[in-house]
Design a protein around this ligand. Structure first.
Ligand code: IMP
Ligand code: MG
Length: 174
């Protein structure tokens, strides 16, 4: 049977907010180029929508990490499944994530990527669940929405690989 999904953030709200964040990022990076790193798979929809709205030059690369755990919780052990194709040396890197939950994935990833000598490294996320943060040192530079501690799907986020393609953010009513 299909799961019931309650709309938390409509397509219009999400798209509007991405436009605002894109304008802010474009201002902050004025005169520079942004090397966007999309964290697969969840970050892919947000990355595209954000990239289309940026007015500074953009290049893109992709990385896939997996955290061992069940469908709804990450364990904290992170493994690089697909590494970047390009070097980060002297680039202004913007990591684009779907959601920051415990912060474990990003705290690990930022340390790994810093060692590759980028000129700068910032973090942009579509969603943040601040209540769930375990790795308090993870600094999020751009957040579209802070949300309560609920399991959400859509706009790249999945539940057992389903619902990534929903054009809005919803809560699965289990
Ligand atoms: P963290 O390492 O705990 O911050 O976990 C981040 C990852 O957990 C995200 O990139 C998602 O893949 C997944 N995740 C956390 N919360 C949710 C959610 O509400 N819906 C879907 N995936 C989630
Ligand atoms: Mg993810």
């Amino acid at each position: 049977m299909a799961d019931k999904i309650r709309v938390l953030l409509s397509e219009e709200e999400v798209n509007h907010r991405i436009g605002e964040i894109a304008a802010q990022i474009s201002r902050d990076y004025d005169g520079k180029a942004i090397h966007m790193i999309c964290i697969l798979k969840g970050g892919v929809f947000f990355t595209c929508e954000l990239a289309k709205r940026l007015t500074v030059p953009v290049s893109l690369d992709f990385m896939s990490v997996s955290s061992y755990g069940d469908d709804t919780k990450s364990s904290g052990v992170v493994r690089i499944v697909k590494d970047l194709d390009e070097s980060l040396k002297n680039k202004d890197v913007l990591i684009v994530e779907d959601i920051i939950d415990s912060g474990r994935t990003l705290s690990y990833l930022i340390e790994v990527l810093k060692q590759r000598e980028p000129a700068s490294i910032r973090l942009c996320t579509l969603l943040d669940k601040p209540e769930r943060r375990i790795k308090k040192q993870v600094k999020v530079d751009y957040t579209c929405f802070s949300i309560p501690d609920e399991f959400v799907v859509g706009y790249g986020l999945d539940y057992a690989q389903k619902y990534r393609n929903l054009p809005y953010i919803g809560v699965v009513e289990l």
